[in-house]
Design a binder for this molecule. Structure first.
Ligand SMILES: C[S@@+](CC[C@H](N)C(=O)[O-])C[C@H]1O[C@@H](n2cnc3c(N)ncnc32)[C@H](O)[C@@H]1O
Length: 297
C-alpha cells in the first residue's frame, strides 16, 4: 500500500473514532513512525510501505483511535517552544498554561527596576537572583520555561507524585537546566523551608463530579491527581493561598492558573488573604486563565 493510501485510511479510522483533528494526527503519527517531517510526507506520497512500517503505523493509529493523545503516544509534548517528556504521572502540558509564563514575564518586565537582575540581560554583577517555586510541577514545564527565559533565576518544583518528580528531573537535564532547578516530592508546601520571589501553581481544579464528563483524552490519560480539585474545584486554592505569604520574599508575587468561572472566586480568596495588585490574564480563547497578585507586607 502507498503512503498516500495509508494516510487516507488512518485519517478515516481516526475520524470514525471522533478524534478532533484526524488529518493532522494521522500525519503526525505516520511521520513519527517513518521518521519523516511534514514536507517529506508530501514528497514521498507514492512510496510503497514495508510490512513492518505498516504494522508500526497500525499500532500507533489504534492507540490514537482509543483516544490516547498524540503527545502521550510520542512520549513528549511541546510547551513554550520546548520539549517536555511525559509519563503516566504527569499532566500533558496545555498551551493555555503558557498564559502563566506570559503573565509572570510581563509582571517582571513592568517592575524592571526591582527585578532587573533577573531579566534577560548580561550585566548581572552584584545582583541577587530571582527564586521561583512551582507547586504541582508535573513535567516541570512552568518552572523550566521560566528558568529558560530568566538566565539568573533558580527554582524548586514540588509534586505529590514521585513519578512526576522523576520526569521533571529528567526534563530539566534534557533542557540543560539541572544546575538551576531542584525537584522534590511533597504535599504542597509541607517541608519547604525557603522563601521565593515568585510562586507559581497550576493546581488540579476540576470539580470531582465533572471529571467523568471530560474528553476521553483527558479523563482516561491524564492522572486524576492532576485534575481533581475537590467537590467544587477550589480545594487547592483554599489550601494554598493562606499559606503562600509566609513563603514569599518581600513584594513577592503569586501566579495561579484557574479554570473557567474560577477567576473571580480565586481573586476573592487572594484579597481576603492580603494580596494586592491582583490582575487576571485571558488565554487565547479569551477565558481568564491566570491570576497574579503581589504580597506587599
Ligand atoms: C494540573 S497539574 C499541573 C502540572 C504542570 N504544572 C502543568 O502546568 O502542566 C497539577 C499537578 O499538581 C500535583 N498535585 C496534586 N496535589 C498535590 C499536592 N497536594 N501537593 C503537591 N502536588 C500536588 C499533581 O500531581 C499534578 O502534577
Amino acid at each position: 500500500m502507498s503512503l498516500l493510501k495509508t494516510i487516507a485510511a488512518a485519517q478515516k479510522r481516526l475520524a470514525q473514532a471522533s478524534v478532533d483533528n484526524p488529518a493532522l494526527d494521522a500525519r503526525l503519527l505516520i511521520g513519527h513512525a517513518l521518521g519523516l517531517d511534514r514536507a517529506s510526507l508530501l514528497t514521498q506520497e507514492q512510496r510503497i510501505l514495508t510490512q513492518e512500517e505498516r504494522a508500526t503505523i497500525k499500532y500507533l493509529i489504534s492507540r490514537r483511535a482509543a483516544r490516547e493523545p498524540v503527545g502521550r503516544i510520542l512520549g513528549q509534548s511541546e510547551f513554550w517552544g520546548l520539549p517536555f517528556g511525559l509519563n503516566e504521572a504527569t499532566l500533558e502540558p496545555r498551551p493555555d498554561s503558557e498564559t502563566l509564563i506570559e503573565a509572570a514575564l510581563a509582571f517582571l518586565e513592568k517592575k524592571k527596576e526591582k527585578w532587573d537582575p533577573c531579566l534577560r540581560r548580561d550585566d548581572r554583577k552584584e545582583k541577587k537572583s530571582l527564586h521561583i517555586l512551582d507547586l504541582g510541577t508535573g513535567t516541570g514545564c512552568l518552572l523550566l520555561s521560566l528558568l529558560q527565559e530568566l538566565p539568573q533565576a533558580t527554582g524548586l518544583g514540588i509534586d505529590i507524585s514521585p513519578r512526576a518528580i522523576d520526569q521533571a528531573t529528567t526534563n530539566a537535564k534534557q533542557l540543560g537546566l539541572e544546575d538551576r532547578s531542584t525537584f522534590q516530592t511533597g504535599d504542597w508546601l509541607e517541608g519547604v523551608d525557603e522563601k521565593f520571589d515568585l510562586i507559581l501553581s497550576n493546581p488540579p481544579y476540576i470539580p470531582s463530579q465533572d471529571i467523568a464528563q471530560l474528553d476521553p483524552e483527558v479523563r482516561l490519560f491524564d492522572p486524576k491527581k492532576a485534575l481533581d480539585g475537590g467537590t467544587d474545584g477550589f480545594d487547592p486554592y483554599r489550601t494554598l493561598i493562606p499559606l503562600i505569604p509566609s513563603f514569599l520574599r518581600p513584594k513577592g508575587i503569586v501566579v495561579f492558573e484557574v479554570g473557567i468561572y474560577q477567576a473571580e472566586p480565586v481573586k476573592d480568596i487572594m484579597k481576603r488573604n492580603g494580596f494586592e495588585r491582583i490582575e487576571s490574564k485571558a488565554d487565547l480563547s479569551n477565558i481568564p486563565r491566570c491570576i497574579i497578585g503581589q504580597f506587599l507586607d
